[in-house]
Design a protein around this ligand. Structure first.
Ligand SMILES: O=C(O)CCC(=O)C(=O)O
Ligand SMILES: [Fe+2]
Length: 279
């Protein structure tokens, strides 16, 4: 369950910014593991790990959550767990865990969302049931480094998770979605847009429905590192059938495997039964 404050804010604005979720004992090994992955020479990447180092807006280190146990356990962190239970009505499925890395030289990531009013209106859902918020597809961003005002990084359009109209393409960042315009730079936050300044150990939560992107990363001496944990509901196949290849699955704890499996609507996963005291 969410607290009443969290529920009100999340429903209204479409995001939650939880501060200081990770203790120093959780944060330090997670930061060290991320550092090892990011600095690993490509020829040493274990099977199925790796990144497209040519990508111009953000480097996504594939399956970063599985690189180290200190990252893997964040998929079921005690602070985010109750929110995971409310959003999925206790039917969670973990379906992606990329390590995000954003440095000087990366460009603007134009506004986008995993869902639009004109796309899959019957599939990806955000709704209220029994006084609780339900959402079929959402993201937990676990921040491993600090973002200060003016640095750049994640931007969101609060309220856009409930949009009834598609955003006019010229709105907010004119020209940013044109393929010819790959060097587009934006470091401003127009009225209505919110730049997320999270600190290491914070968690930012949003539905895939929320319009989001990233400002050009400004600092030369600091980068942005965050684990991107994606979830949906266990009974809906909205993404990939098998998002994790065998070489990744073999590294994971039984609880993580349970969390990432598909399951019928009328069954609770073992991890949920144990943690929620369901027999
Ligand atoms: O750079 C960011 O924080 C945005 C990443 C993003 O768009 C995503 O994970 O869906
Ligand atoms: Fe995105």
């Amino acid at each position: 369950m969410m607290t009443p404050d969290q529920r009100y804010f999340f429903d209204l604005r479409g995001y939650l910014h939880l501060r200081d979720v990770l203790s120093p004992e959780e944060l330090a090994p997670a930061q060290a593991a991320a550092d090892r992955y990011i600095n690993m020479p490509p020829e040493e990447w274990p099977p199925e790990f790796g990144a497209d180092l040519e990508r111009r807006d953000l480097t996504g280190y594939q399956h970063g959550f599985a690189f180290d146990k200190s990252l893997e356990v964040l998929t079921r962190h005690p602070t985010t767990w109750p929110i995971l239970m409310e959003l999925t009505d206790r039917r969670p499925r973990f379906n992606g865990g990329t390590l995000g890395y954003n440095r000087h030289g990366h460009g603007f990531h134009y506004l986008h969302a995993g869902w639009r009013p004109s796309k899959q209106p019957d599939v990806r859902r955000f709704y209220i049931q029994d006084g609780q918020v339900r959402c079929t597809d959402f993201i937990f961003f676990f921040y491993l480094s600090d973002v200060f005002p003016g640095d750049g990084g994640l931007i969101v359009l609060p309220g856009s998770h409930k949009a009834h109209f598609d955003r006019p393409r010229a709105m907010f960042y004119l020209g940013s979605e044109d393929d010819e315009n790959r060097d587009y730079v934006a470091d401003t936050v127009p009225p209505g847009v919110h730049n997320v300044c999270a600190r290491a150990g914070d968690v930012f939560i949003m539905p895939e429905h929320l319009m989001h992107g990233a400002l050009t990363w400004k600092p030369r001496d600091r980068d942005r590192r965050f684990l991107i944990l994606r979830y949906n509901v266990q009974h809906m196949l909205t993404g990939q059938r098998r998002p994790f290849p065998e070489a990744i699955r073999q590294r994971l704890d039984p609880e993580t495997i349970d969390l990432l499996e598909l399951a019928p609507y009328y069954e609770y996963k073992d991890i949920v039964k144990q943690r929620e005291n369901i027999d």
